[in-house]
Write a protein that binds this ligand. Structure first.
Ligand code: 5RP
Length: 212
């Protein structure tokens, strides 16, 4: 993992921001570089919609206005990191437990720019354990459904998401059909969000300052 590549990616993403935009902002250490770079052009944008309390705190420290998504409608651009990215720009996300709001803001955006370092680039998704946000009372039920599908669910004990839910990390899956798995898991009661971003993949991936 290279923090220099993360910084370059965060800074490169700023070039995609148009004047007057309301920018969707993801979560994580790569996005933290993006937020610092965005502060340099804050007078050229209207503000942002944030995907986590963590990003909101950093954005507010920079004096960047943070809007409620209900008040903005659709966004032109969303910038976020990822835990893994395959050649089709399909992602695993949620290492920072912010996957639900990230998926909502990504869905609201016309263009999703994913910023990563080269360690995140994979041919097949699944080496990084797949995060799944669950309603607390459904943790065991969802765990059993995952075992039926050949996964090894591990509760991220002690972590509570911004939405008051829990995270299960699924080990041992080699995800050959990310869209199919995302659709299948989305049907299990108690699952709030699956950390697969395959139905709505990234549009642009920056590895450091280079386009994938
Ligand atoms: C948070 C995420 C992050 O985008 C992902 O974990 C990558 O983080 P980082 O940029 O710190 O490597 O999905 O829920």
């Amino acid at each position: 993992m290279s923090s220099e590549e993360k910084r370059l990616a965060g800074e490169a993403a700023v070039k995609y921001i148009e004047d007057g935009a309301i920018v969707g902002v993801g979560t994580g250490s790569t996005v933290a570089f993006f937020i610092d770079a965005l502060a340099g052009i804050k007078d050229r944008i209207q503000g942002v919609v944030s995907s986590s309390e963590q990003s909101t705190a950093q954005l507010k420290k920079h004096g960047i206005p943070v809007f409620d998504l209900n008040a903005t409608g659709s966004l032109t651009v969303y910038v976020d990191g990822a835990d893994e990215c395959d050649p089709h720009k399909r992602l695993i996300k949620g290492g920072g437990a912010a996957l639900t709001r990230e998926k909502i803001v990504a869905q609201a955006a016309q263009k999703f720019i994913c910023i990563i370092d080269s360690s995140k680039r994979v041919d097949l998704l699944g080496k990084f354990p797949l995060p799944i946000e669950v309603i607390p009372m459904a943790r065991s039920l969802v765990g059993r459904e995952i075992v039926k599908r050949g996964g090894n669910p591990v509760w991220r004990d002690g972590v509570v998401t911004d939405n008051g839910n829990w995270i299960i990390d699924v080990h041992g899956w080699q995800i050959a059909d990310p869209v199919g798995l995302e659709n299948d898991l989305n049907q299990i009661p108690g699952i709030v969000t699956v950390g697969l971003f395959a139905r709505r993949p990234a549009d642009v991936v920056l590895i450091g300052d280079k386009l994938m």
